[in-house]
Design a protein around this ligand. Structure first.
Ligand SMILES: [Zn+2]
Length: 295
């Protein structure tokens, strides 16, 4: 990468930043710059990068972006380039989260992302894989129900043998029936590669549950690079309806659900101020929830 001597990189190694001008989802060659002045989430660094849009499928992504191995290393060392202060601050004095302890985070059962997964709770004969366990809320819930249960988390805060640092460390003889990938695809260098890999370790008929930012939303269209979801190098991808559809099809997942959220019940909130009302309206549908079946 050129001209990095002008930037305060706060320890980031520019040799591991890779240029991406081709669409990472539909592989079209033509893309345009939405903004060439997007700051990363690391406030100590003044590095700025591009937000690009694909002319063919409307997908947004950042250029350049760290290559995957380096990205995983940044998560492992809890770098401010990939983890925001909202995640890091409560973790300051936490070396490891004890998933069996009462201090582990509880699942918010009203969250749309957890509803489809809980449909599976009645069926105990499935192999479960969660890519990107975060603080382990959902993983902890499933661990008691699934026949086989593995998690992947590059961060070092979940110290348990069934949560691995990298997907390549999974036992080779296991195929999965349920794969959960909540808020993960936008964090990867190559989301298509991950979807293909997930399909290769799934049984026929397996289900994959994914959530990610929706760049077709009103707030994304209006605010572009100033949209709250635009958070490099934590977030690297923002999906359109078309890029979502291409992503699933190209990786041989038949998409059975693709819905947007949140959908707020505004009429229930009589004491809402005008400011909060407008913010709630603006932020509706800014994420997408998609479910696929392995064909
Ligand atoms: Zn594209």
């Amino acid at each position: 990468m050129k001209n990095t001597q002008y930037f305060n990189l706060d320890g980031l190694n520019p040799d591991y930043l890779k240029l991406h001008t081709q669409c990472p989802i539909c592989l079209a060659q033509h893309s345009r710059i939405v903004s060439d002045n997007v700051k990363t989430i690391n406030e100590k660094s003044d590095l700025t990068i591009e937000l690009r849009v694909c002319d063919a499928c409307g997908h947004w992504w950042h250029n350049p972006m760290p290559e995957q191995q380096y990205l995983s290393a940044l998560y492992n060392e809890r770098s401010g380039f990939v983890l925001g202060t909202d995640f890091l601050d409560p973790m300051k004095d936490v070396r490891t989260i004890n998933l069996n302890g009462s201090e582990a985070c509880a699942v918010n059962y009203s969250d749309i992302k957890f509803k489809p997964c809980f449909e599976l709770m009645t069926n105990k004969e499935f192999n479960y894989l969660e890519v990107g366990c975060g603080k382990g809320e959902l993983f902890r819930r499933f661990r008691g129900n699934a026949k086989v249960c593995y998690g992947i988390e590059p961060g070092d805060w979940l110290d348990t043998p069934d949560i691995l640092r990298d997907i390549s460390q999974l036992p080779k003889d296991i195929k999965f029936d349920v794969i959960v990938m909540h808020d993960i695809l936008e964090h990867l260098e190559d989301p298509l590669d991950m979807m293909v890999l997930c399909r290769s370790i799934s049984n026929n008929g397996a289900r994959i549950y994914c959530s990610f930012p929706n760049k077709d939303s009103l707030v994304a269209k209006m605010r572009k690079e100033k949209w709250d979801m635009v958070r490099p190098f934590s977030h690297l991808h923002y999906f359109s309806k078309k890029s979502t559809s291409i992503l699933f099809k190209a990786s041989k997942w038949k998409m059975i659900t693709c819905q947007t959220f949140p959908k707020s019940s505004l009429y229930l909130r009589s004491r809402m101020t005008m400011g909060i009302f407008l913010k709630t309206i603006m932020n509706q549908h800014h994420q997408r929830y998609a479910i696929g079946i392995a064909e």
